[in-house]
Design a protein around this ligand. Structure first.
Ligand code: G1P
Length: 297
């Protein structure tokens, strides 16, 4: 029997400099798509995939993120008094069971691989998931849930994968494909941010992973890689050709790069349109803007 994946690491130590000045006082993960912070989307996806323990790798200045998951007794009391049951339900989603959530500090910004390694003692000897909250994925079946289902067949290590325009490949971890098997891709190599024109394919790693604890052992010995950082991609690549194997999973869904302003805005529009109560107003507005833009040309 394969061990169930019940723990997930959320690397949230980044400074979010692309969103300055907002991120001067608001952690990037608390920035909202419509009315829910980025981190809430990641947590919901993890829960849907059966995750029970949530490990946040944080850094200085992330206090608002920790507070977000606390109960808010005064607010709840006030809402109860006013009979606002629906809002109380909305708040419920943000509460975590005591002991289900842990915060670990990454004391130095040494890269994604290092951030994941910081959580090694909480993971122990189990397979675990990693979710990068910047990558928001809209999907009928949440992406990590799709992967957990595929992983129950493959075991080993699995990364979410998506085709990107070839000229964008150098912004990602990129897979060298050995064999395609429907949505599952057997991986022959993996390279983090390959120089332009040197990517082995245009199949990019997206921020969802299911990993064997052996990856943490590889990270123990890790040297710096692309960009002078300790790369998770390099540690996963060590498992290629070994007993466990590495698989890419072509997920079904639409991914938004909420680490970029443009991606964040696109996600805002898309999630706004997906909300019944907002859709018609927002569509009217978008049509007006497009018309004005065309008239001005
Ligand atoms: C990280 C990973 C990279 C992956 C990307 C997906 O890079 O290192 O392999 O393709 O996330 O969003 P980052 O975007 O943090 O530079």
């Amino acid at each position: 029997m394969r061990k169930k994946v019940t723990k997930a690491i959320f690397p949230v130590a980044g400074l979010g400099t692309r969103f300055l000045p907002a991120t001067k006082s608001v952690p990037k993960e608390i920035m909202t798509l419509v009315d829910r912070p980025l981190i809430q989307y990641a947590i919901d996806e993890a829960r849907a995939a059966g995750i029970k323990e949530f490990i946040f790798v944080t850094s200085r200045g992330k206090g608002a993120l920790e507070d977000y998951f606390d109960h808010a007794p005064t607010l709840e009391q006030e809402l109860r008094k006013k009979g606002k049951d629906q809002l109380l339900e909305v708040l419920k989603d943000t509460n975590m069971d005591s002991g289900a959530i842990a915060y670990i500090r990454q004391h130095k910004a040494l890269g994604l691989g290092h951030a994941v390694w910081c959580a090694r003692r909480l993971i122990g000897n189990e397979p675990f998931a990693v979710i990068l909250p910047d990558d928001v994925i809209a999907a009928e079946t949440p992406c990590l849930q799709q992967m957990v289902e595929a992983y129950s067949e493959t075991g080993g290590n699995m990364v979410a994968a998506m085709e990107v325009p070839p000229e964008k490949a150098s912004s990602y971890g990129v897979l060298d494909v050995q064999k395609e098997n429907g949505q599952i891709v057997e991986v022959a190599g993996m390279v983090e941010k390959p120089p332009a024109g040197e990517a082995p394919s245009n199949l990019a790693v997206i921020g969802r992973y299911i990993l064997s604890p052996n990856v943490l052992r590889s990270l123990n010995k890790m040297k710096t890689g692309a960009g002078g950082e300790i790369q998770l991609t390099d540690a996963i690549a060590q498992a290629i050709g070994g007993d466990e194997g590495v698989y890419g999973y072509r997920f079904r869904g639409q991914r938004f790069d909420c680490g970029s302003k443009s991606g964040f805005l696109q996600a805002t529009v898309s999630f706004g349109l997906a909300r019944e109560e907002l859709r018609s107003d927002l569509l009217d507005y978008i049509r007006d803007v497009v018309q004005m833009d065309q008239a001005a040309e």
